[in-house]
Design a protein around this ligand. Sequence first.
Ligand code: BES
Ligand code: MN
Ligand code: ZN
Length: 488
Amino acid sequence: MTDLKVSTKDPARTDADAIVIGVAAGDDGPRLLASAQLPKKTVASLAAILPALGVSGKADEVVRVPAGEELAATVIVLTGVGPEVTAESLRRAAGAAVRSLAGTADAVLALPADDADQVGAVAEGALMGAYRFDHYKTTDPAPVARLELATPLARTKEARAALARAQAVGDGVRGVRDLVNASPRHLYPASFADEARAAVRGTKVKITVLDETELAAQGFGGILAVGQGSARPPRLVKVAYAPARAKAHYALVGKGITFDSGGLSLKPAKSMETMKDDMAGAATVLHTVLAAAALELPVRVTGWLALAENMPGGAAQRPSDVITMRDGTTVEVLNTDAEGRLVLGDALVAACEEKPDAVLDIATLTGAQVVALGSRVGAVMGTDAVRGEVLSAAEQVGEQFWPMPLPAELRESLKSPVADIANMGDRFGGMLVAGLFLKEFVGAAPWAHLDIAGPAYNESAAYGYTPKGGTGMGLRTLLGVLEQAARR
Ligand code: BES
Ligand code: MN
Ligand code: ZN
């Protein structure tokens, strides 16, 4: 794991394998974003050769050059920041640079870090970019071992706080990615619950795990129905952080399908390839609660992980089965591949029983989300105020979420001739139909639903601080919502 420190030490004199310097893509060519601490001569000669090096400063451009004599480091890593220097462009530039440093021992980050926001952004990007999933693969180079972030603010309280926050985000995002990337042979409901138990040990977070017997006794018909086709039974995990004098109580609910085969409404092989990621919502909830506790936010947070494996075994639910949810609602299961809403419905009911001030759920819920917004933008639906909280938090932390409506007329398509509601409706607007189904289980609670089917998993090449595979997208936004509540 990468160790990150902030320091007021002169980056030019810091002995390291590499020194990372930013380049912006200016209107008239590349512009070096060298900190005032670097020698003027070095900066001038480096700036002069940028065009000849083919450096433009565009995002995700990383170029290595020998460092020369005025710098103690061996190589200079030039990282593109893009046209604008913002917290998010710095996060991405730091991430891309640090990702490229895999296999080296140490580096100094001489990126813009003149205020606490920039310090936090560079630190977050660096820690997220330093990620590697090495549980099964032993041949890739390890992430850079030590990073020193050069900033004149290093000894200030604000910089320390920004670093602590970046560390909590970095730890949380790594935790989510590790769970998402884990093979579903190893990660199933009971082992996920064990991972959660291990993760909360030594923290202020309390955990309760309901097994299949307790789920049955307490009427969790949705979670049980989805899990019944698997040899590995479902779980409902509750993780609670309850500080004294909390300003508000937020409930977070995560979809935790450890593998989604579709069940008897079996998916085609191609669509199944990434379905180990179908527990990203639950992983995000677990690690958001842990991050809130690590930062000692004055907000009570209760996380609910609805864990099941959706398999087509002999005991699997059938299309046209009618099940009874936790709140007594009967559901006609027309398509066993629309399983996320069944486990979430139960968990939302349980979450609302505690009467929290707001409920947020997060889920890789629909293929329609990917069709609508692609692989980098999440969708948010729900009641106006909480949806607004999510959008402003996302903007603040540098994640992309976009508001979506819940049109009342689409509710018609969920009508069932035999039960209170069907689990599938109109194909067109499928993301919104799924949202409308969930809405049935939150009653009057202030609520937001985050669909991260696209952004939870990166099937393309790595970019910025985002690796291939699990991304951890959504954690920063949920943490941002809690931080906003803490400030009110
Ligand atoms: N887990 C999938 C949604 C998904 C699709 C996530 C692609 C990530 C990428 C979900 O359980 C699902 O299968 N949804 C169906 C619902 C349909 C049967 C009503 C879908 O979106 O096709
Ligand atoms: Mn499915
Ligand atoms: Zn699913």
